[in-house]
Design a protein around this ligand. Sequence first.
Ligand code: 5GP
Length: 113
Amino acid sequence: MADCLFSKLIVGEIPSKKIYEDEKVFVFQDINPQAPVHFLIIPREHIVGLKEATAKDAEILGYCQLVAAKLGREYKIEEGYRTVYNVGPKSGQSVFHLHLHLIGGRDMKWPPG
Ligand code: 5GP
């Protein structure tokens, strides 16, 4: 996807602080972190967002959650973290390449704003 910010980030065209990568996903530090740990887990394949995902994306959706759990262990935030997809403009979704937020390392309130 030529015009996609996160696709450019995956190939290094735009710099980011890489946390983890493998053949399926790329994980980097959010530029505007909302907690001590705030990573974005993105599939290498361009998927616009959760509501645009289809049955063929089921495996990568689950895989992103498992990568979040692995990083939650590694970064020692298992006392409490969130994995979040913002979906659609009213949720605050601002980038249209599927990204799972991993947020933790501080106390959190419920419901979120
Ligand atoms: P959304 O609001 O779409 O759920 O999340 C997009 C996230 O991407 C935001 O938390 C925002 O701070 C982050 N972000 C936007 N542009 C960049 C960028 O160029 N680099 C990094 N590392 N994060 C970005």
